[in-house]
Ligand binder design. Structure first.
Ligand SMILES: *Cc1c(COP(=O)(O)O)cnc(C)c1O
Length: 217
């Protein structure tokens, strides 16, 4: 698949410029709203890491694809309601949107029940935007401690910077927060800014449009 190759090349170039190894950053293909037919070419090209933002959609699309490609991994990158925690644990291999105590409690309970301990990124509301989810910057340290206390596998931090702003200061701040808290995982960067994110230390970039084309819905 051409778009996949192009993104991989651009990622490799950005890594090189930053003096990082290309294997330091994973590409999460964001397949929300994309049909099974649109996803399949990526799987056929060997890509195995995907991201979705709705539990219901994953439950509909991925069971059949997982049967064909058992080594596939699907990460949740969207907001999660606590009452869907159990379903989320059943369908996802990692969560990038852990951002509050009520959800932490629900996830811990669901993981306990299922015996599945999946890695979680704590989402930070890096632009302090009222309409966005995410732990506030000032509460980050305390919330991370609470997460660690529950025994959940803390993978790192995630952010979605304000949509029209220069992402550099936000990515840099997320990297600093991670470093201050001894975390290595950084889920940041999308179609428009994944190269910038790689230069600032991203370990996971979340790319949708640049892989699949503009969204029609
Ligand atoms: C949709 C989405 C992406 C991908 O965005 P593109 O601009 O299409 O690459 C990344 N992260 C999150 C949380 C998303 O919801």
């Amino acid at each position: 698949m051409l778009a996949l190759q192009e993104i991989q090349n651009r990622m490799a170039k950005a890594s090189k410029t930053a003096g990082r190894k290309s294997t330091d950053t994973k590409l999460i293909a964001i397949s929300k709203t994309r049909s099974v037919e649109e996803i399949r070419p990526l799987l056929e090209s060997g890509h195995r890491l995907f991201g979705e933002n709705r539990v219901q959609e994953v439950a509909e699309k991925w069971p059949v694809l997982r049967e064909e490609y058992p080594d596939v991994k699907v990460h949740l990158v969207g907001q999660l309601q606590s009452n869907k925690a159990e379903e989320a644990i059943a369908h996802f291999d990692a969560i990038h949107s852990l951002d509050r105590k009520s959800l932490l409690k629900a996830l811990a309970k669901a993981m306990d029940k299922s015996g599945k301990n999946i890695p979680c990124f704590v989402q930070i509301n890096i632009g302090e935007e009222s309409q966005k989810g995410g732990c506030t910057i000032s509460e980050t340290g305390a919330f991370l401690q609470t997460v660690l206390d529950t025994g959940i596998d803390l993978a790192g931090l995630m952010c979605l910077p304000p949509s029209k702003a220069d992402p550099v200061p936000y990515f840099a701040l997320l990297a600093k927060l991670a470093k201050d808290n001894d975390l290595t995982g950084l889920s940041m960067g999308m179609s428009a800014d994944f190269e910038t994110a790689i230069k600032l230390g991203a370990t996971h970039v979340r790319v949708g449009t640049a892989l699949f084309g503009p969204r029609t819905i």
